[in-house]
Design a protein around this ligand. Structure first.
Ligand code: B12
Length: 245
């Protein structure tokens, strides 16, 4: 099927659920306001199925309603994986045979961002979703700088470690901090390194648009639910094809 309609109670009924917070105390008028907003968003009919006061003067809502919009699967554009997903043995052996040295990565959360769980999941041995992080791979040399690293410090450490790739995490998106920080990071690396010596620049975080690499000046963006094996496979693919190119 190429044209889809959301499924709620019965196939193709168009029912969806949305959640949001309004800056009003929780009462009947607040619920009316939530329905008005949902109706303006195209949910018709719209019903508040959950409302809860969130501190003083704020209410969180879940609204359930019907939309008329259709999804055309032919028009869906996503960043497809364009590299093979390798197992840990292949990852290690490819690095050994193609790079002939350890693959050096430097990771950090930059700016004021202190959300290290995501980058730790990718880099630390403990990993995520049943997969070990990059530290587990014998042929990776991993330096994880942790939280709130400044861009000059990141550039300096990447140089000192002869980093093949720099892995940056950005979770906070308030005022587009993740976009500003990523552009600033990319600009700093492009200034500090000649093009052929610049490390691969990889950013990740749950709210990035994975298609925005060109706009942000990075080589790859990884979003929500990324696993270490995907990142390891990407790095091996990019760096070994780059080397032989
Ligand atoms: C845990 C947490 C914290 C912890 C962080 C502890 C730590 N050491 O990381 C603490 C309590 C410190 C914290 C603080 C704050 N937090 Co907080 N936090 C969260 C929370 C609940 C979970 C984040 C998390 O750990 N996810 C799990 C990891 C595994 O997922 P992930 O980060 O998405 O990572 C995956 C992918 O995105 C990807 N990935 C991520 N990075 C990278 C990097 C690379 C290179 C690659 C390849 C992949 C990759 O791979 C990972 C694995 O799959 C989220 C809400 C939520 N449920 O997401 C809020 C949230 C992120 N926090 C938020 C906020 C606002 C804050 C504070 C500003 C609150 C405050 N007013 O003080 C502070 C900011 C602190 C700071 N200076 O950064 C907001 C951000 C809103 C926004 N739009 O920016 C959120 C969304 C909560 C909310 N709904 O309001 N927080």
């Amino acid at each position: 099927m190429t044209v889809l309609r959301p499924y709620g109670d019965t196939t193709g009924d168009g029912m969806v659920q949305v959640s949001f917070t309004l800056p009003v105390p929780h009462d009947k008028r607040a619920e009316g306001a939530a329905v008005q907003l949902a109706t303006k968003m195209g949910l018709d009919p719209a019903t508040v199925v959950h409302a809860k006061a969130m501190g003083e003067g704020f209410t969180f809502f879940v609204v359930y309603g019907r939309v008329r919009h259709l999804v055309d699967m032919h028009q869906v554009v996503v960043a497809e994986r364009d590299f093979p997903l390798l197992g840990s043995k292949e990852i290690n052996s490819n690095i050994r045979s193609r790079l002939r040295r350890k693959l050096s990565v430097v990771g950090a959360c930059i700016g004021t961002d202190a959300h290290t769980v995501g980058i730790d999941a990718i880099l630390n041995v403990k990993g995520i979703a049943g997969e070990k992080g990059l530290e587990y791979y014998r042929e990776f040399k991993v330096v994880n700088l942790g939280a709130q690293v400044t861009i000059p410090d990141l550039v300096e450490r990447a140089r000192a470690e002869k980093a093949d790739a720099v892995l940056v995490s950005q979770v906070v998106t308030q005022r587009d901090a993740h976009l500003h920080n990523t552009r600033a990071m990319s600009a700093a690396f492009r200034e500090a390194f000649p093009a052929e010596r610049r490390p691969l620049l990889v950013v990740g975080g749950p709210r990035f648009d994975e298609l925005a690499t060109g706009e942000l000046g990075v080589d790859r963006i990884f979003g929500r639910g990324t696993t270490p094996r995907e990142v390891a496979s990407y790095l091996v693919h990019s760096l070994t094809t780059r080397k032989s190119a």
